[in-house]
Design a protein around this ligand. Structure first.
Ligand SMILES: Cc1cc2nc3c(=O)[nH]c(=O)nc-3n(C[C@H](O)[C@H](O)[C@H](O)COP(=O)(O)OP(=O)(O)OC[C@H]3O[C@@H](n4cnc5c(N)ncnc54)[C@H](O)[C@@H]3O)c2cc1C
Ligand code: SF4
Ligand code: SF4
Length: 613
């Protein structure tokens, strides 16, 4: 699309991209300070003189209560924003009451365990209950007690409703922002995604070029894979040698627990060890016998068939969990990327006319996998800074934002804990064992001691399928499996996992459902017409020659699939849940930009929606 395209132009004072916890913290703080107690504006809008500053927040998804994350959090910043927080106002929220870390043994014998894990399985065997060992204590750095457990969808909806009630900010769902309006190193606002275009972006019937929304301040709160944050990283570069090479796919479901299940509301379980040693699991019990549970498949899991969905089902079937889950019913399901680079993935936090908050700004504590309260806290810090600047009549320059927002952030617990966590996962770049050792070292020494390691680009780590299965499946057999799957247009992971000893999933149509059924149950996946495909292959020729096609194996919604006629995989927007996992789960670099993969993940509307997630 050429820049000469005539576009509608509008102006506001502050435009915010994305409505997650970071934007929630920002808007909650900002809107409370925009009016004086006597009802006069605390500062004046530049675009509507006499009125308080005009604030608009654009959210890509069709609902502001969208989110995919079971949340357990200490909730320090959230509690500070709502000192009289009454959890009964938020469905599916409760206090954390009991926390356990479980080491899960391998009940099927197919997990790829390093020798030390096999020894641990044997040594701990006599103390295991239902194949799991409950660690006798939780290191203080991992503890979330006292804390909160809630559904991020319900929380976002509650925060959004409170905000709309103030009338001080507009939140627009179904509004994907295509890119920031960058002039030099300044940001002047945002450009909305074009509508009425073909899937390749070419103007179609009803073409409506995306509007330009100019603003004195653009707040980028679009999470780990947002198009605006990604564009800024590309255009402005990253500070020093920072990078965002560490990611995980978080896949979860919300489940009605069976009657008689002995998990009480506020129970929090963290698991390690199974289905593969690299995969972490979580389970949080909400009131009314409902639980949120799932796994994280990280970038250092060097398996080209890294299908989170099937691994999640094997995890649920672990005897310790299945004993309590059997008879339960799936209410909803989803997946989302998690930026695991943390502080090391911190981009340029502000510049003339823009500031970044939340996970895309590197706020997530990667040692303990906590991002919600951290994102909220950075939003609060920016909210306070913006009020200070507005009230003193100062501009949103880089210098002023550094002195108000960034200085608050640097002095806060978010920064201190992110520093402790910064190198905590470096060990995983070598092996899973040095990874766990590194986490323990960093956590117990407050970040003083760490396991060294150099993060590679994920696409540089992924081995070929033949290499990964070298000791398990002969290359000739892999070739047969490839040919068979290609004929059916099917992905390889089921066939390869079956062959590698993983039992078939005993689908029960209730909790253990097919991947396709999960897309349809307890949430809606929709792709609004008139938008361009938001997942594209930078160089389809590279895809055509790609033998791993990790994007197909890892796609959370089965939206990327093998082309039965050969060539690059195909993309079906109707199934895409916008998790962004394809962007990093690709084994080849973008030839134009070697830091990034051959998948371009752009702004788009639709996706998976469930306020329960
Ligand atoms: C399965 C899972 C479990 C997790 N569990 C926990 C936990 O227990 N505790 C915890 O503290 N953290 C947890 N996290 C991490 C936590 O969810 C994130 O750290 C947190 O959501 C980050 O908040 P955010 O506001 O920065 O970004 P997000 O929550 O990602 O919000 C960004 C918003 O921006 C929108 N957006 C993106 N692009 C655009 C665009 N171009 N235009 C308009 N809008 C856009 C997105 O749709 C989204 O709503 C978990 C994550 C996952 C995936
Ligand atoms: S997107 Fe990446 S992994 Fe998928 S086919 Fe193309 S090059 Fe291979
Ligand atoms: S195509 Fe959609 S569902 Fe599949 S990995 Fe990419 S973003 Fe996720």
């Amino acid at each position: 699309m050429s820049d000469e395209t005539p576009r509608v132009e509008m102006e506001t004072d502050i435009v915010c991209v994305g409505f997650g916890p970071a934007a929630g913290g920002f808007l909650t703080t900002l809107t409370r300070g925009l009016m004086n107690e006597d009802g006069t504006p605390a500062a004046e809008s530049k675009v509507m003189p006499g009125m308080p500053p005009q604030v608009i927040c654009y959210e890509r998804a069709d609902d502001i209560g969208f989110g995919v994350s079971g949340v357990v959090t200490k909730g320090r910043a959230i509690k500070a924003s709502f000192p009289d927080l009454d959890l009964s106002q938020i469905p599916m929220a409760c206090e954390v009451r009991e926390e356990k870390i479980l080491y899960l043994g391998d009940p099927v014998g197919a997990s790829r365990r390093p020798k030390l894990f096999e020894l641990a399985d044997k040594a701990l065997g006599r103390w295991m209950k239902d194949g799991a060992y409950e660690l006798p204590y939780i290191p203080a750095f991992l503890e979330k007690h006292p804390g909160l457990a809630f559904s991020i969808g319900q929380f976002n909806q509650w925060v959004g409703a409170n905000l709309m009630g103030t009338g001080m900010a507009q939140i627009w769902p179904s509004s994907p922002v295509a890119e920031p309006l960058v002039e030099g190193r300044a940001v002047k606002g945002v450009r909305m995604a074009d509508q009425g275009v073909e899937k390749d972006g070419a103007p179609g019937a009803g073409y409506m070029p995306g509007m330009d929304m100019k603003a004195a301040l653009t707040v980028v709160a679009d999470g780990p894979v947002g198009a605006v944050g990604q564009a800024l990283n590309r255009k402005l570069g990253m500070p020093g040698d920072n990078h965002q090479r560490e990611w995980a796919v978080g896949m979860k479901c919300v489940v009605d627990l069976p009657e008689g299940c002995d998990w009480q509301p506020g129970t929090v379980l963290h698991t390690i060890g199974y289905p593969e040693p690299e995969i972490f699991g979580f389970l949080y019990v909400y009131p009314d016998n409902v639980a949120s549970l799932g796994i994280f498949v990280p970038s250092w899991f060097d398996n080209p068939v890294r299908t989170a969905y099937r691994y999640m089902q094997h995890w649920m079937l672990h005897p310790y969990l299945w004993k309590r889950l059997q008879g339960g019913t799936l209410r909803s399901w989803g997946a989302k990327s998690l930026n695991e680079s943390g502080k090391r993935g911190e981009p340029i936090l502000c510049g003339d006319g823009f500031a970044r908050i939340g996970e895309g700004s590197g706020s997530t504590n990667v040692l303990i996998g906590a991002g919600v309260d951290e994102a909220w806290a950075t939003g609060v810090q920016l909210g306070e800074a913006v009020l200070e600047l507005l009230k003193s009549g100062r501009e949103f320059t880089k210098e002023n934002l550094e002195n108000t927002y960034v200085s608050r952030r640097r002095a806060s617990w978010v920064e201190k804990e992110a520093e402790v966590a910064k190198k905590s996962r470096d060990g995983f770049t070598k092996s899973v064992l040095s990874g766990f050792l590194g986490m323990g070292l960093s956590g117990l020494t407050n970040g003083l001691l760490n396991m060294p390691g150099q993060a590679l680009k994920p696409q540089e780590r992924i081995p070929s399928i033949e290499d990964y299965y070298r000791d398990v499946i002969p290359a000739g057999e892999i070739a047969d499996i490839r040919a068979e799957c290609a004929k059916k247009g099917a992905s390889l992971h089921d066939a390869l996992m079956n062959r590698a000893g993983w039992p078939e999933i005993p689908l029960d149509g209730q909790l253990l459902v097919s991947h396709q059924d999960a897309l349809l149950m307890g949430g809606k996946v929709q792709a609004n017409p008139g938008y361009a495909d938001h997942v594209r292959f930078a160089d389809p020729v590279i895809c055509a020659a790609c033998r791993e096609q990790v994007c197909v194996e890892a796609c959370s919604g089965q939206a990327i699939y093998t082309n039965p006629e050969g060539g690059a995989p195909l993309f079906d927007r109707e199934k895409c849940i916008h998790c962004g996992a394809c962007m990093w789960n690709c084994s080849k670099s973008d030839p134009q930009d070697r830091e990034r993969t051959n998948v371009k993940f752009m702004a788009g509307s639709g996706g998976l929606h469930s306020v329960e997630n």
